[in-house]
Design a protein around this ligand. Structure first.
Ligand SMILES: Nc1ncnc2c1ncn2[C@@H]1O[C@H](COP(=O)(O)OP(=O)(O)O)[C@@H](O)[C@H]1O
Ligand SMILES: [Mg+2]
Length: 598
């Protein structure tokens, strides 16, 4: 099975493992229990069952059954697999139960209740000589009789040394049994799986992009890793934008899509065509295209769509489950299907605020990806930004970028998209957009700006320690072209180091700020340097030096605030730094400066 073969390492499932181990521990002591692990394909159900089995290695007898589509309609197939190792124990059962188990060896079928009781009894007999774990994987493909018999047993294990762990794609077939839903893996766990599959040498940008695309699905990480080309690995080609053709998951999502009634198929693809549709638009699309309630329900039930909080308008957005499913559906769609989705949207997006989307879908329909349309989108993005509608503007910038032919201009528009995504509170999106900037950059300035924003996002999302190296890197990249901005980056880096409690990094940053080449000598840059050196001196316990430097920062801040001739009288950042310096000095002027900073 190559890259998809089983591995012992289980990342990011500590909580789930503890639940399973708790279940086994209690079963060992005679307090049996059952659990259904619920998650969609590739999320790691089997891997968790494997881990459960390893945890049970000590002392448990393990009985195994796995549902397979080919046997889903073969009565008793599941029980036959699970209970065959116990055939020699059947002799210990009362005769009525022994007869009830006859169908497992080709005999006649008893009444369900008698069969279910016999299964319970057989498991109970097995558990007398030691604890037993029944592991039932892919329960969604178990034949009905077996599933019902095992669910029946699972509800009656409390006084047995017996643990029954099912895994299934949905909870539906096993109601009444406690379930454990596997959430998407976090980024760190996904990254570990990726490194196991593709090696640590993977570049950061590529790794982050793959992890983001995989959307927390372990199998997707592995399939994406397996599909990376030499050019992608060496950084010479763009990262993958979808699962590779023929991938198990991509094929599975496509099949789910194709199994839907035609109207539901169209609806799902329309949502895939536009990441940002409100429920009202989807409802109108259904009316326009004659898609009925039953089809909408089928689309919802397929699990391909979900409702997401619409951050800005407070309305509900309808989106495809995640980026992984969305990119798969789109990659599998035919040209005609895509056109039909764009055409439906071009008909519906008539409101003024939807204009950028309208332009985009029209462009997709006409197939002309020209700079005139890109400029029009950028214009619309600027308007949304000025109105503070970052939810609209970031997307319009991104679309404008996609249609912009000149690399520098494209990078600028991507930077604007990332800035607005972050301003609208979408940290993940902002990061994903930023990853597209660096490969486009030639002189390093835009890469520096991207790194600056990345650092700002990390610091603002509560990871100041991660932000420090990014902001320092940004300062180095910017030093050659924009010394003042480079110094500002160092200010933020120092801020983050302070928030992370890293005083030695703070000292290094202050040192670098003092020697940074290319920074102009203005009151503002002098203020920044005095502030950094003063705070660094405080951390070192050199209070006299600190007082002198911070005093200078305060005076510079007052001078900037009082300088009505220059445009930096409104420089709130400079005044905030001066106010902080005053605060560190215990100086009454802090309040006046702070008032000027807001
Ligand atoms: N938490 C995890 N850490 C490491 N590898 C994992 C993890 N979860 C799943 N995998 C790997 O990802 C692949 C898909 O997982 P699997 O358990 O088969 O998913 P499912 O049974 O839900 O379809 C397998 O190769 C598995 O070993
Ligand atoms: Mg599985």
């Amino acid at each position: 099975m190559g890259v998809l073969s089983g591995h012992d390492r289980l990342y990011g499932r500590d909580r789930e493992l503890r639940v399973v181990e708790g279940l086994l521990g209690r079963a060992r002591g005679g307090q049996g229990g059952a659990l259904t692990v619920v998650a969609d394909a590739g999320m790691g159900k089997t891997a968790l069952l494997d881990a459960a089995e390893r945890a049970a290695a000590e002392g448990f007898r393990v009985l195994t059954a796995t549902g397979v589509p080919a046997e889903a309609d073969v009565p008793y197939a599941g029980l036959h697999r699970l209970l065959r190792p116990l055939s020699d124990l059947a002799g210990e059962l009362p005769p009525a139960f022994r007869t009830a188990l006859a169908p497992l060896s080709g005999g006649e079928a008893p009444a369900p209740f008698v069969l279910y009781s016999a299964v319970c009894e057989l498991l109970s007999v097995a558990a007398r000589s030691g604890p037993v774990l029944c592991r039932v994987d892919d329960a969604q493909w178990l034949d009905r009789v077996s599933l019902e018999a095992l669910a029946f047993a699972a509800r009656r294990v409390q006084d047995e040394r017996l643990a029954i762990v099912f895994a299934a794609r949905t909870q539906a077939p096993l109601t009444g049994i406690p379930h454990l839903r596997l959430p998407p893996l976090d980024e760190e766990a996904s990254l570990r799986i990726l490194q196991d599959a593709a090696g640590d040498a993977l570049g950061t940008e590529l790794a982050e992009e793959v992890v983001d695309l995989a959307s927390g699905c372990a199998l997707a990480v592995r399939e994406l890793a397996g599909g990376l080309t030499a050019a992608q690995l060496s950084g010479g080609a763009a990262p993958p934008r979808a699962l590779p053709p023929g991938s198990v998951l991509r094929t599975l999502y496509r099949h789910r899509h194709l199994r839907l009634p035609p109207g539901a198929q169209r609806l799902v693809l329309m949502v895939a065509a536009d990441e940002w549709l409100v429920a009202a638009t989807v409802a109108r699309a259904a009316r326009t295209a004659g898609i009925g309630a039953r089809e909408i329900e089928a689309a919802r039930e397929s699990g391909l769509l979900r409702l997401a909080d619409h951050a800005v308008a407070g309305d509900d957005a309808v989106v495809v489950r995640d980026r992984l499913v969305r990119s798969s559906l789109w990659a599998e769609a035919s040209r005609a299907e895509r056109r039909s989705a764009h055409a439906l949207l071009a008909q519906l997006l008539v409101q003024d605020w939807q204009r950028p989307s309208l332009i985009w879908h029209r462009a997709a329909l006409s197939g002309e990806a020209d700079d005139r349309i890109a400029d029009e989108l950028a214009e619309a993005a600027s308007r949304s930004r000025r109105a503070g509608r970052y939810g609209d503007s970031w997307q319009a910038w991104q679309r404008a970028a996609a249609l912009t032919s000149e690399r520098g201009a494209r990078a600028d528009r991507l930077l604007a998209a990332a800035t607005d995504a972050w301003a609208g509170g979408r940290a993940r999106r902002a990061r994903a957009v930023l990853r597209q900037v660096r490969p486009l950059d030639e002189d390093g300035t835009r890469a520096g700006l991207a790194e600056l924003l990345r650092g700002e996002i990390e610091a603002g999302s509560g990871s100041p320690a991660t932000a420090v190296p990014m902001l320092r890197d940004a300062a180095e990249r910017l030093a050659g072209t924009d010394g003042a901005l480079a110094l500002t980056a160092l200010m933020w880096a120092a801020d983050a180091a302070d928030a992370a409690g890293d005083h030695s990094a703070y000292a290094e940053i202050a040192e670098r700020a003092a020697n940074l080449p290319g920074a102009p000598d203005t009151p503002r840059t002098r203020l920044m340097r005095a502030h950094l050196a003063g705070m660094a001196a405080t951390f070192r316990g050199r209070y006299a030096e600190a007082a002198r430097l911070l005093g200078r920062a305060v005076r510079l801040g007052e001078a900037i605030a009082g300088d009505s001739s220059a445009d930096h009288s409104g420089d709130s950042a400079a005044q905030a730094w001066a106010a902080l310096a005053a605060l560190a000095l215990g100086d009454g002027r802090a309040r006046a400066l702070a008032a000027g900073a807001v």
